[in-house]
Write a protein that binds this ligand. Structure first.
Ligand SMILES: [Zn+2]
Length: 362
């Protein structure tokens, strides 16, 4: 749920480092706060040299030595134990900002920050967060998107059938080195069973060739370069929600092995369906199973779909703003009557739209 308190997580050693840096303790010299502390943050692959002993303002680092002017002669066999030239750099701490709990079928809005170096620092190692690794439920890697000024953001989906219990996030660089991590507990989504009575003809309805591929691509192929979505969506239709996300689906009393991957709103035939946030049209087509379908790419991992439409008012490639008309409500495809089914996907995972928008419940 949105609105939960954000927590600020670092490894304990990283936190100690920041505490020292923030306190600006007088007299904290490198001799008192030895450089290996920095490597304990889990970032510095090459600990700076212990030769840096000149008393300096807090945590300032300098090149350890005058650079060696020439490479060793190729005729000299290097001694295996010969130390490498030290790198006179310090790695800044990485902060992971994320809620401490998430419900099944919902998302975590995550920010990663590189703490700015102290003014007195002469050199700072380059640390570039690349992706997040979600531990739990089979694992998932999610890209991080730069917001500039040492800040990265992304959205991490948690599957509706993710086990309840401990999970965790780790910030990784491009070489899969862990930079910071945080525990996140997965709580129950409280999803119920839902039976749908089908007539014989509907039970036999199958997707047409290419239909599932197009929808699969909509879920996973979002534009990484531009985030068009806002955290707060607008409702695509004004009516109440008569079927929530996540219900385990039974057809004529038999479990389908599936769950409701979006929400249904009880809208009348012909009601205008509006884009809930900015996006680019990826699908505008009437399919056998999904009926009249519009799919939107909102960028950076987020996409959405609107199905059973009686009319489609957009074309593939068209850019839409929040409130633009996508089409009209209908009962085409696998539908028992006019309503709007729409769904939200984050990095390929169907997630609960009611974390992003708040329809009345019928
Ligand atoms: Zn539905």
């Amino acid at each position: 749920m949105m609105g939960r308190c954000k927590s600020f997580y670092l490894s304990s050693m990283g936190a100690a480092f920041i505490a020292l840096a923030l306190m600006g303790l007088p007299g904290v010299s490198l001799a008192q706060a030895p450089v290996p502390v920095l490597s304990m943050v889990g970032i510095a692959a090459n600990p700076p040299s212990a030769q840096v002993v000149k008393p300096l303002p807090p945590l300032q680092l300098r090149p350890a030595a005058t650079p060696v002017s020439k490479a060793p002669s190729p005729s000299v066999v290097p001694t295996p134990l010969k130390p490498q030239l030290p790198k006179a750099t310090a790695s800044p701490p990485v902060a992971l900002l994320v809620d401490s709990t998430v419900r099944q079928g919902e998302v975590l809005f995550v920010a990663v920050k590189i703490m700015p170096p102290k003014e007195s620092s002469t050199q700072v190692a380059s640390v570039v967060p690349h992706h997040l690794h979600w531990k739990g439920g089979g694992g998932l890697d999610v890209p991080l998107y730069s917001r500039g000024a040492g800040v990265w953001e992304t959205v991490v989906p948690v599957r509706v059938d993710h086990p309840v219990g401990p999970g965790g996030l780790t910030v990784m660089d491009a070489s899969n080195k862990a930079l910071a991590s945080s525990a996140v507990a997965v709580t129950s989504g409280g999803y119920a069973k839902q039976n749908i009575t089908l007539s014989g003809g509907m039970g036999a309805l199958t997707p047409e060739p290419g239909e599932m591929d197009a929808i699969g691509k909509l879920k996973t192929d979002t534009n990484p370069a531009e985030r068009l979505w806002q955290k707060q969506f607008a409702l695509p239709v004004p009516e109440c929600m008569n079927s929530p996300f996540g219900n385990l689906r039974y057809h004529n009393g038999k479990f389908t092995g599936n769950f409701h991957k979006g929400i249904d709103q009880r809208s009348p035939q012909g009601r205008l369906v509006k884009a809930p946030t900015e996006g680019v049209v990826k699908i505008a087509k009437t399919y056998r199973l999904h009926g009249g379908t519009v799919g939107l790419d909102h960028g950076q991992g987020v996409s959405s779909i609107y199905i059973h439409l009686s009319r489609i008012n957009v074309k593939p490639g068209q850019r839409v703003k929040s409130g633009d008309i996508l089409g009209q409500v209908g009962a085409t495809g696998f539908a028992t009557g006019p309503h709007l089914h729409w769904g939200l996907f984050v990095h390929g995972v169907p997630v609960n739209p009611t974390q992003w928008v708040h329809p009345d419940v019928c």
